[in-house]
Design a protein around this ligand. Structure first.
Ligand SMILES: *Cc1c(COP(=O)(O)O)cnc(C)c1O
Length: 359
């Protein structure tokens, strides 16, 4: 069988490892930027009641019309802009790539950045180029970005705003320079919009090549798998053509529309995560020998003492705390762990566990 697999599977796919999600049963989960808060029982009961009306034998609404209206109402989508739904924003990244992919076409983003831009580029047969961020503070190297755009003429530029896995938000004026220089689409990925006051949503339409992508995952609905893309309708009409029929299942359509009607509760939760981010940052600042980087997202990238990240990651896991170990993921992330902001108790447990591990 191996010979046939070797002969048949694209070499670039053969060389990959499947996306690995670690087992987390029984652990405090601070690895995946999830919202730690559940829903009150009364709200859960109300949600389950709405599911009674669902007909699982029928295909869902192909466009998710009700859900689109709920998103427009909850998320300040400019009225004149189009809206496209994805099975997570990961699916939108894939749809955009499939819309433009041709041999020799390029995707440009930053390194270290969100890994799915590179992965999906590879799946779609596009070339990925990562322009290094400034080593000091992970800000954009604007000259290098502009030079790369001029040289490579990328079909797609992705900028996560704030960036994952570094947590910082790029300078808005730098972003504008990039949008103006880019010959193709620039997708501003606002996965972490609940945790920052800045957004390009209100600037849509100022440049014909700007799209804004968001997800409900980080605000508290990661299990539903729902992302949305906003931008000028003529672009979205084209991207919509590669969307698989019924990509948003009926349970997600009904549940997300319900949740967005209770957005005030989600806002309260994300607000307290922002407050907790401040507390966690203070707590990390009091620990010896580590460097937490400023964050406008719901995680804090933290550099451990040289050569000790793997042992500290393992020590945390022994103490039933799962974080993301980025040591080895990229040269600029050496010794780094990415700590998702959890509930006050979870963050306290993290700080308590870190103390002795750093001693
Ligand atoms: C988490 C994340 C996403 C993926 O969101 P899903 O909607 O859960 O697929 C997209 N972009 C960035 C930068 C992220 O960190």
């Amino acid at each position: 069988m191996k010979a046939r697999i070797d002969a048949l599977v694209r070499p670039e796919i053969r060389a990959l490892k499947a996306y690995h999600v670690p087992e987390a049963t029984g652990l405090i989960k601070l690895d995946a930027m999830e919202n730690p808060y559940g829903w009150p029982d009364a709200l859960k009961a109300e949600w389950l009641e709405t599911l009674r009306a669902v007909e699982p034998n029928r295909y869902p609404d192909p466009q998710g019309e009700d859900l689109q209206l709920a998103i427009r109402a909850a998320m300040d989508i400019p009225e004149d802009m189009g809206l496209l739904l994805g099975n997570g924003s990961d699916e939108l990244i894939q749809m955009i790539a499939l819309t433009v992919a041709q041999s020799g076409r390029k995707i440009l983003s930053v390194d270290p950045g969100f890994v799915m831009y590179r992965m999906i580029g590879l799946f779609a047969g596009m070339e990925y180029l990562g322009v290094p961020l400034e080593a000091e503070d992970f800000s954009l190297d604007l000259d290098a970005m502009l030079a790369a755009i001029e040289r490579e003429q990328p079909a797609l530029v992705y900028l996560a705003y704030p960036n994952n896995p570094t947590g910082n938000r790029f300078d808005a004026d730098d972003m504008v320079r990039i949008i103006e220089m880019a010959p193709g689409l620039v997708i501003v990925d606002e996965a972490y919009s609940p945790f920052t006051d800045c957004s390009f949503m209100g600037l849509l339409g100022d440049w014909e090549n700007l799209l804004v992508m968001r997800t409900v995952s980080k605000m508290g609905l990661a299990g539903l798998r729902l992302g949305y893309l906003v931008g000028p309708k003529p672009w979205l009409d084209e991207i919509d053509k590669v969307r698989l029929p019924y990509n948003i299942n009926v349970l997600t359509q009904v549940s997300a529309a319900f949740a967005l009607k209770h957005k005030a509760m989600l806002d309260e939760q994300t607000h307290s995560i922002r407050v907790e981010r401040g507390h966690l940052m203070e707590g990390l600042g009091r620990l010896p020998g580590i460097h937490p980087y400023p964050s406008e997202a719901n995680f804090i990238l933290t550099r451990m003492p040289e050569g000790r990240a793997d042992a500290i990651f393992a020590g945390l896991k022994e103490r039933k705390i799962l974080v993301k170990n980025l040591n080895g993921a990229h040269p600029m992330l050496e010794d780094c762990l990415r700590l998702t902001v959890g509930s006050p108790d979870e963050n306290a447990a993290l700080l308590d566990a870190l103390g002795p591990l750093l001693a």
